[in-house]
Design a binder for this molecule. Structure first.
Ligand code: FAD
Length: 448
């Protein structure tokens, strides 16, 4: 029987990170079933044709050149007593330490018609190929994307760009509800309308109507979206309504599983000795509230895996939790959010917000574009809880700066003393800075 010091179930960012750090230092095995690991973030752009389909596929050499053994198989069960995994291919593989990095699967709501032709989810290489074939080959004319989160919005824009009349449906009253408060979502919604998309916000998808294929989508307000066209008898319904931890093979075992995934401590240890979990399959808390939090992002999976691997090599690092900084692009507008939105913070904190609007460069420069930031803080402690940015230029640097402030429990007062740089092409005049301006507005509201 093959035996590994570290055996990883998974092939996503968490597994690859472990292979890269430990592959040459330990006997590492990585088991995953699919032909290719994916650059998921680029999938909508492959549909749109901005990057080739092949560019979304990661090379196996990321794992094998790092010195780890890649085992192309699917784990069917784990015997935690005998420290052995069994695979669908009939193998038994032993481990000293097991890492569960089985990721997550897209949630398909249990509604009528969810198995009809034309209904898709969007995560795997298979999903991408199916969607691409439907868009490019079948001459479908209309699409509904259910879910106005970042993936849903990116996919909807891609479908519209491919010539399909595209609708977005979401129960929330504004788009990108996990990133932006409603008062910050306007520019993104305007961009979607400008691109020709139709928004159905504050509405739930009730069922898909058709004779085995997606002909219509019925919403709970009685509205029916017709997906048939002049030359097509059905259309696309793409669900992008969240991910569920990939934990099915562990349901009947002693492994503790919570509401959002496998329960772990701050060193990624599960309740079973020598068994660790990380990434999308794991449940952890917000680094701000300490409450169980959604955090199914590659930017959470990678740090968890890096921390685990460094600890195996002797470090004593502890994971603090999810802060969930994330960003996307909607047409000409770049948006991002980190920490808690005002909506998420209300009810938990004595919330105070500050808003600032400047330009991305010196306003006299020809490239100057508007940029707006909203900061969320706790008026009792003045701790920074979150921020959102909407801009004509990329926002990830601003989001990451605020994430760092939140991670280090900085206060609004600290941010008024933020020492920034300024240059005509890259920032507003030295006279002002977005972060400082938000912080000052909060202080003026709280009378400090
Ligand atoms: C379209 C899209 C866009 C995204 N964009 C972003 C973004 O911009 N920024 C960001 O931070 N995050 C983004 N994400 C989320 C990000 O991709 C995930 O958070 C990340 O992939 C999680 O990594 P992971 O290693 O935990 O799991 P996954 O990447 O889900 O990988 C899980 C792996 O486990 C394997 N596996 C599962 N069960 C078994 C089994 N029984 N046996 C063997 N192998 C198994 C799977 O086949 C897979 O290889 C996006 C996701 C999607 C779908």
């Amino acid at each position: 029987m093959e035996n590994y010091e570290i055996l990883v179930i998974g092939g996503g960012p968490a597994a690859i990170t472990i292979a890269k750090i430990l592959g040459k230092k330990k006997m590492v095995g990585v088991i995953r079933p699919e032909d290719h690991s994916m650059i998921y973030c680029a999938m909508p752009y492959a549909i749109e044709g901005i990057v080739g389909m092949e560019k979304t596929l990661k090379s196996d050499s990321l794992v094998t050149d790092a010195g780890a053994k890649l085992i192309r198989d699917k784990v069917s069960s784990v015997d935690f007593e005998k420290k052995t995994v069994l695979t669908e291919g009939g193998k038994a593989i032993g481990y000293e330490k097991l890492v569960i990095a089985t990721g997550s699967d897209p949630f398909l709501p249990p509604i009528e018609g969810n198995d009809y032709k034309g209904v898709h989810v969007f995560k795997s290489e298979h999903d991408l190929k199916q969607m691409n074939e439907a868009v490019k080959g079948k001459k479908l004319e209309k699409a509904v994307v259910v879910g106005a989160g970042a993936i849903g919005v990116e996919l909807a824009l891609a479908l519209q760009q491919c010539g399909l009349e595209t609708h977005i449906v979401d129960m929330a009253d504004s788009v990108l509800p996990n990133l932006l408060d409603p008062d910050m979502a306007g520019p993104a919604e305007e961009q979607l309308a400008k691109a020709g998309l139709t928004l159905h916000l504050g509405q739930k998808t009730e069922k898909i109507i058709g004779d085995g294929k997606a002909e219509k989508v019925a919403l709970d307000n009685g509205e029916v979206i017709d997906l048939t066209g002049e030359n097509s008898s059905y259309g696309i319904v793409a669900f992008s309504v969240g991910m569920r931890a990939g934990v099915e093979i562990f349901r009947e075992t002693k492994l503790e599983i919570g509401r959002t995934g496998i329960v772990i401590d701050n060193k990624m240890r599960t309740n079973i000795p020598d068994v660790y979990a990380m990434g999308d399959c794991a449940q952890f808390v917000s680094g701000i509230t300490g409450e169980i939090s959604e955090g199914k992002l590659a930017t959470n999976a990678v740090p968890m895996a890096r921390m685990f691997a460094k600890n195996i090599l002797g470090a004593g690092r502890e994971y603090k939790g999810f802060f969930n900084g994330a960003a996307t692009r909607v047409g000409d507008v770049f948006v991002g959010g980190t920490g808690l939105s005002e909506q998420a913070a209300r009810g938990k904190y004595n919330v105070v917000t500050g808003v600032a609007e400047l330009t991305t460069t010196f306003p006299i420069m020809p490239e100057a574009k508007p940029v707006k930031m909203k900061m969320v803080a706790d008026a009792d402690t003045m701790r920074v809880l979150g921020a959102q940015v909407v801009s004509g230029s990329p926002v990830a640097d601003k989001i990451d700066t605020i994430t760092l402030a939140i991670q280090n429990e900085l206060t609004v007062n600290d941010l008024t003393e933020f020492s920034y740089s300024a240059q005509p092409y890259q920032s507003f005049f030295p006279a002002n800075n977005l972060i400082v301006a938000c912080a000052e507005e909060i202080l003026s509201k709280t009378g400090e």
